[in-house]
Design a protein around this ligand. Structure first.
Ligand code: DC
Length: 227
């Protein structure tokens, strides 16, 4: 691999492996992993902690000025507290899907994300940004836009394995229902929906249902080299 700084945007449906692949790709490129979903999760977590009603757009937007989110050595800090594990909970995931619908929340978080990405790129570091609008809003001029996907059953199986690993219990049917529900919620929303025909929007579409992590990363690196 050469020493060029690449900007890579990774989007795709829930539990397609973005969260596993993106940080490993960033490590391979010696770059920054910009996990944008973490920021929406932090907003939801903060609301839960402070008793803010997630259904009240105005209330959620009013707490944005009280939030400071940092990415430090692969940890996510919310107002200096390490919340890396807390934001992985399913309840926070569902909440983040709600706050991600609010225009004011998106504007503010995208502004922060662009700032973080531009700083890294200006220092010669590659950036691997993961999240819904990273290819359109955060890194519109990305060197490579990837749409990472997999069959719903494969995604539910992976999500269930993650849940079990955390010592929580859940059954496959419920997880599959949640995956499908999150897909619908994310596809139907007005602002920055999950795209339906990613190849039409310049994405490199990678279905990793039958690929290992290494094979997935190798396929992406091969694409970067060949472009
Ligand atoms: O990728 P994730 O599951 O951690 O994202 C949490 C929620 O935030 C998910 O419902 C999609 C939303 N999100 C978003 O709207 N825009 C982003 N750039 C990243 C995540």
């Amino acid at each position: 691999m050469d020493n060029k700084a690449y900007s890579i945007a990774i989007d795709g449906p829930v539990a397609a492996g973005k969260g596993t692949i993106a940080p490993k790709l960033a490590r391979r490129l010696k770059g920054l992993y910009l996990y944008t979903g973490a920021m929406y999760r932090c907003v939801a977590l903060f609301c839960f902690k402070k008793g803010v009603d997630l259904n009240n757009e105005g209330s959620v937007e009013s707490i944005l000025s009280k939030i400071n989110i940092e990415f430090k050595e692969e940890k996510i800090l919310l107002n200096n507290e390490d919340v890396t594990e807390q934001i992985k909970k399913e309840i926070v995931a569902m909440g983040s899907s709600k706050v991600a619908l609010y225009k004011g929340v998106r504007q503010k978080l995208v502004f922060y994300q662009k700032e973080i990405a531009q700083k890294a790129l200006s220092e010669g570091m590659s950036v691997v940004a993961e999240g819904r609008d990273t290819a359109t809003k955060v890194l519109p001029n990305a060197s490579l836009k990837i749409f990472l996907t997999a069959k719903p059953e494969t995604r539910a199986k992976r999500r269930l394995a993650q849940i079990k690993k955390r010592g929580e219990k859940e059954d496959f049917k419920k997880v599959l229902d949640d995956v499908v529900k999150r897909d619908q919620q994310d596809s139907k929303r007005k602002i920055d929906p999950l795209v339906q025909n990613p190849e039409n929007y310049g994405y490199f579409v990678l279905d990793n249902s039958d690929l290992s992590e290494k094979e997935t990363i190798d396929a992406i690196v091969a694409k970067i080299k060949n472009d």
